[in-house]
Every structure is written in structure tokens, then in C-alpha cells.
Design a protein around this ligand. Structure first.
Ligand code: NAD
Length: 241
């Protein structure tokens, strides 16, 4: 794959996820071929943007002929890492954690919930979709018991109250989990180490840890701002190009 990862904007990755969803829909409708113009219409971006996004990852399709839907879909799934299984634990089995664990859509992309954790004695021990909720103090032992199996834990979802998010993130990282999907409205900070007066470095266990935030309240606030300032949204689109 011809890819200079350093230069790929994160908005491109978000759009690649959208293109994949569109391609899957087209395939399910029996459509065999598509074009950057067609994808652009469906994704509400420009055809130039589609071609630019795809070009980060190589050449797909034939000039003037467009793309074969199932080939491009397969390529996008491969680029996004969706051709292998991903094993997930959830910390916080309240309203949100419970809803996520019960949501069947994740398994479509081979995301499997392997462990569910909470600290509340009313929740620990409950069974959700065949998994017994464990206490968070069992997380490290659980993750290490899976480490050499095909069910080694790749990701942890944080669905704990915001004031508990940092300590729960540290639990995940201490257990060796490298990917965190943080649903709590809190900024997760890596633990820092170093001598006073010098630039602090990330603690060893935080190197290579990726944190992604999902926050619908933040989305609502952005929406409110852009409804009041619609011309700035248009400006944002132009700047992306
Ligand atoms: P909730 O109070 O119903 O559930 C939180 C659960 O976390 C509780 O069961 C609690 O016992 C548990 N918990 C606390 N500390 C823990 C720890 N160290 N390890 C494991 N579990 C722990 O809350 P909720 O409504 O499910 O919301 C959960 C989080 O998600 C909150 O931070 C909330 O703000 C956020 N949220 C985000 C979105 C979003 O779009 N991202 C949407 C809804 C809620």
C-alpha cells in the first residue's frame, strides 16, 4: 500500500469509513460499479475530495471507468483493518455500557466483546449476552489470561462517569490495552514521567496508546454553533480541500 501515514488527515479516515458504508449499501443493492462522482454525491463531499482521500492509499479503479464496488469495498476494509477480529472489553456497565454490549452491530465487522467490567456490586456478576460482568480489579488478570490466545484484547471502551474516566483508562493501559474508545466527556491524559525542569515524557505503558473520543454532547454543541453560524460550516468544507 502506497501510504505516507504521517500525512493522512484524520478527516480522511472518517470519510473512508463513510465511503465503506456507502459501498456496502451499493453492493447490497446489486450495484457493481461506482465513480468518485457517485460516491461524492452519497457522502456529500466533492468528487475531488473522494479521489484525494483514496489517493493517500494507492490507485484504485481505472481512469474514466470508475471503481468496481466489491473490489473497492474489500480494499477499504483492508486499509481500515476490518478484515481481522478485534477483541474488546467494556469498562462501565451502566446505561451506555449495557446498551453497547447489547448492540448487535459491532459483530458485523468482527468486533467482539470479550469482557465486561464494573465496580458496582449490583452489576458485577450480572450476565449480558453470555458474558458475566467482572469487577474492574479483575481486568489486568483477565487481559493477561487472554494475551496469548486468539482473543487477546485490543481495545477498551470507557463508559464510566467522567470523573472515573482517567483512572479507568489507566487500568486499561496498565493491563496492556493499546486502544481506548472513550465515551466519557473527559480528556484522557497519558501518565507523564521525568525530572523537574525537563520536558516530561509519556510513561512507558502509554507509548503507542491510541485514544479516540466519542461524544454526542460535543456533537450537539458543535451543531448548535453551526446552526447559528452556517457560513462557517461552508468555510470548514473549503479548508478541508
Ligand atoms: P451510568 O452511571 O449509568 O454508568 C456508569 C457505570 O460505570 C456505573 O455502572 C458505574 O458503577 C461504573 N463505573 C464507575 N467506575 C468504574 C470503574 N473504575 N470501572 C468500571 N466501571 C466503573 O452512566 P451512563 O449513562 O452509562 O454514562 C456512562 C458514561 O458515558 C458517562 O461518562 C456519560 O457522560 C457518557 N456518555 C457518553 C455518550 C456519548 O455519546 N459519548 C452518551 C451517553 C453517555
Amino acid at each position: 500500500m502506497a501510504m505516507n501515514a504521517l500525512n493522512i488527515p484524520s478527516a480522511t479516515i472518517s470519510r473512508m469509513v463513510t465511503y465503506l458504508r456507502i459501498l456496502e449499501k451499493l453492493e447490497s443493492q446489486g450495484v457493481n460499479r461506482t465513480s468518485s462522482k457517485h460516491l461524492a454525491e452519497k457522502a456529500q463531499v466533492s468528487a475531488f475530495q473522494v479521489r484525494k482521500d483514496l489517493a493517500y492509499f494507492g490507485r484504485f479503479g481505472t481512469r474514466g471507468m470508475g471503481y468496481t464496488v466489491n473490489v473497492l469495498k474489500r480494499e477499504l476494509r483492508r486499509i481500515l483493518g476490518l478484515t481481522r477480529p478485534w477483541n474488546v472489553v467494556i469498562l462501565g456497565m451502566g446505561r451506555l455500557g449495557g446498551a453497547i454490549a447489547n448492540y448487535p452491530g459491532a459483530s458485523e465487522y468482527e468486533f467482539s466483546f470479550r469482557g465486561l467490567f464494573d465496580v458496582d456490586s449490583n452489576i458485577v456478576g450480572q450476565e449480558i449476552r453470555g458474558l458475566t460482568v467482572l469487577h474492574s480489579n479483575q481486568l489486568a488478570e483477565f487481559v493477561s489470561s487472554q494475551a496469548t490466545s486468539s482473543q487477546a484484547i485490543d481495545m477498551g471502551f470507557l463508559a464510566v462517569p467522567p470523573e472515573k474516566a482517567q483512572e479507568a483508562a489507566q487500568l486499561l493501559v496498565d493491563a496492556g490495552v493499546k486502544g481506548i474508545l472513550n465515551f466519557a466527556p473527559a480528556v484522557i491524559q497519558p501518565r507523564l514521567m521525568g525530572e523537574a525542569g525537563k520536558e516530561l515524557e509519556k510513561a512507558e505503558e502509554w507509548r503507542d496508546v491510541i485514544v479516540e473520543n466519542v461524544d454526542f454532547l460535543a456533537g450537539m454543541k458543535r451543531l448548535a454553533f453551526y446552526i447559528l453560524n452556517p457560513s462557517l460550516k461552508e468555510l470548514e468544507k473549503e479548508v478541508e480541500l
